[in-house]
Ligand binder design. Structure first.
Ligand SMILES: Cc1ncc(C[n+]2csc(CCOP(=O)(O)OP(=O)(O)O)c2C)c(N)n1
Length: 250
């Protein structure tokens, strides 16, 4: 099989349940490739979320925990404190992380917990039918903002990376996307840096990944990738927001 097309050892061999054009599968794969490359499969503990990524433990070939909605960073904190040599990461959507789970996310960064959050931002609550999330764009139509998100009714989109980058406890904060191969490669590098940051004991890390939701956006997969590039990126700029140098590794 050509290089790049084989399944990472860290992914179980089973078909995805995700909708056509959903980016969760790509993001799962990037996490798995990085864990393979870092040789951490037997040392990793994943903490899932409630949302479309809820079945991450069905796909990742390592131990996983399914916490209640939004509580993943608190659960990851406990696991990492008890087992500090493990790679412990959460995998959360924007509803899970930036709405019901805001407290856990913010305070794990404030405390500088040595965990990593993979934050999948698709601008809405995918699993429950496309309701507005804190990351919904201005004017964006969702099932709970049928006239488009308005300032008076729902305020402004929540920029998680920009906020966390101000915190002393945060060691590595980056935002990537997977709408084309170049962005996939960059996002993989960011995930690797985040995991390496944790394994070097430098503190809290988070990688946000802008993600397409063709089903709830009412688009085909190609249109949805364009929407990420043309509509999400201007609001959620890509790049590294905080970097703590790692002496060895990536
Ligand atoms: C305590 C609690 N409140 C509400 C819900 C309903 N619920 C399930 S998933 C979800 C939102 C998921 O959205 P997001 O985190 O953005 O992930 P996505 O499905 O878009 O990947 C909600 C509100 C729940 N399961 N538990």
């Amino acid at each position: 099989m050509p290089k790049g097309y084989s399944r990472p050892q860290t992914l179980i061999d089973k078909p995805w349940h995700f909708c056509p054009g959903c980016n969760h599968g790509i993001i799962h794969r990037l996490c798995a490739e990085v864990i393979d490359e870092m040789g951490l499969q037997n040392q990793t503990i994943g903490v899932g979320s409630v949302g479309c990524g809820v079945f991450s433990y069905e796909y990742f070939n390592f131990d996983g925990i399914g916490p209640s909605h939004g509580r993943a960073p608190a659960v990851a904190t406990g696991v990492k404190r008890v087992l500090p040599d493990r790679l412990v990461f959460t995998y959360q959507g924007d509803g899970d992380l930036a709405a019901i789970g805001t407290t856990e996310m913010v305070h794990s960064a404030v405390r500088g917990e040595n965990i990593t959050i993979i934050f999948v931002n698709n601008t809405l609550y995918g699993m429950t039918g496309g309701q507005m999330a804190p990351t919904t764009l201005m004017g964006q139509v969702t099932t709970t903002t049928p006239g488009g998100r308005s300032r008076n009714q729902a305020g402004y989109p929540f920029r998680v990376c920009e906020m966390l980058a101000t915190m002393e406890g945060a060691a590595y904060i980056a935002r990537g996307a997977v709408y084309n191969p170049a962005q996939v490669v960059k996002t993989k590098k960011a995930i690797k840096k985040a995991f390496a940051t944790q394994m070097a004991g430098l503190g809290f890390s988070l990688v946000e990944v802008l993600s397409a939701c063709p089903t709830n956006w009412g688009m085909n997969p190609i249109q949805a990738l364009k929407f990420v590039e043309e509509n999400m990126v201007p609001v959620f700029p890509l790049g590294e927001f905080k970097v703590t140098p790692i002496e060895a590794g990536v």
